[in-house]
Design a protein around this ligand. Structure first.
Ligand SMILES: Cc1cc2nc3c(=O)[nH]c(=O)nc-3n(C[C@H](O)[C@H](O)[C@H](O)COP(=O)(O)OP(=O)(O)OC[C@H]3O[C@@H](n4cnc5c(N)ncnc54)[C@H](O)[C@@H]3O)c2cc1C
Length: 285
């Protein structure tokens, strides 16, 4: 399939990119890794008049530690994230989820900023960002906004970004003693998640002292399994307590059925893979 005709610019500074985006408004689209936008254009589900390619902006490609936070430039790829020692050491949930996105080609082109802006309910990174209490820094010609990832997603493929804003950075607080795991259920290697579960917990003396559990692809946005979070809090870390809590992961969910999974199956999976994710976060097989 061939996309509709479009113009293309590749600015060499963020200020330039922001000015072009501001000038063109709704007619322009940011191009990052292109692994979601270009297929949409080829299917003619998107037809921007202008693509503003951020590929030259190497200053949006970094992973660094600053004052208890890990900061990641929006043009950083999944491959860079999965290989980063800083991220493996401090945000193992993110490193692990990045390693499960698509195939090696997708991971070498796809970016963390693109994953957030695209807001695919089946995308792995949005749920992980919410589970890690990440913040998103966005810029426009008029200034900078910091948005909590829990407030970023509005609906399917929809965020609070305005047409003239660019995601420039994601930042995550470092939680030194956290236990984390992302469990992704898919039919075949390289597929999107049928359901995913991102778990980030703290324990002390064999009890859970904090819990964040966020599900992928069971609603229009990443969904916090708040019933599980409450049930884990104060509970013992034995398998029976974990199962009792995680059997509520699907409470209140009504996931849209898809070719590979009915609503009921997705609800069942939510419970099962959340239990697995919590157990694996604690280092159990
Ligand atoms: C074969 C295949 C398999 C895949 N499998 C998975 C999978 O298993 N899990 C998964 O999570 N994803 C998967 N993906 C999607 C992949 O992760 C995409 O790369 C990602 O969703 C978008 O990132 P991108 O950098 O390619 O963004 P692009 O495609 O360039 O852009 C996507 C959207 O975000 C906007 N955008 C991009 N960057 C910014 C920015 N900095 N500021 C503002 N707006 C921006 C664009 O304008 C566009 O609307 C797969 C893709 C393919 C092609």
């Amino acid at each position: 399939m061939i996309p509709a005709a479009f113009d293309y610019v590749a600015p060499t500074s963020l200020d330039d990119a922001l000015s072009r985006l501001h000038a063109e408004g709704d007619d322009a689209k940011i191009l990052a890794g292109g692994h979601s936008l270009l297929p949409l254009m080829k299917l003619r589900l998107a037809a921007p008049a202008l693509l503003i390619d951020l590929g030259n902006l190497s200053d949006l490609r970094y992973i660094r530690e600053t004052d208890g936070w890990i900061e990641i430039g929006s043009m950083t790829t999944y491959a860079e994230i999965e290989r980063s020692h800083l991220i493996r050491d401090h945000l193992p949930l993110l490193a692990q989820a990045a390693s499960l996105v698509g195939d090696a080609q997708v991971r070498h082109r796809g970016t963390i900023g693109g994953a957030m802006a695209h807001a695919d309910p089946a995308g792995d990174i949005p749920a992980v960002a919410v589970a890690l209490s990440g913040e998103i820094r966005v810029r426009s010609v008029t200034g900078i906004r910091e948005i909590a990832s829990a407030d970023f997603f509005v609906s399917i493929f929809e965020t609070v970004l305005t047409p003239s804003e660019i995601v420039t950075e994601l930042r995550f607080p470092i939680a030194t003693d956290a236990s984390q795991h992302y469990e992704k259920f898919r039919r075949r290697m390289c597929d999107w998640a049928i359901v995913g579960s991102a778990v980030n917990v703290l324990t002390k003396d064999d009890r859970f002292t904090a819990a964040r559990v966020v599900l992928t692809n069971v609603g229009p946005t990443p969904i916090r399994a708040t019933v599980v979070e409450s049930a884990l809090l104060g509970a013992t870390t034995d398998e029976a307590s974990i199962k009792a809590a995680c059997d509520h992961a699907s409470d209140g969910l009504d996931p849209t059925p898809e070719f590979n999974a009915s609503t009921e199956y997705k609800k069942h999976l939510s419970n099962v893979i959340t239990r697995r994710a919590v157990s694996k976060a604690l280092g159990r097989a």
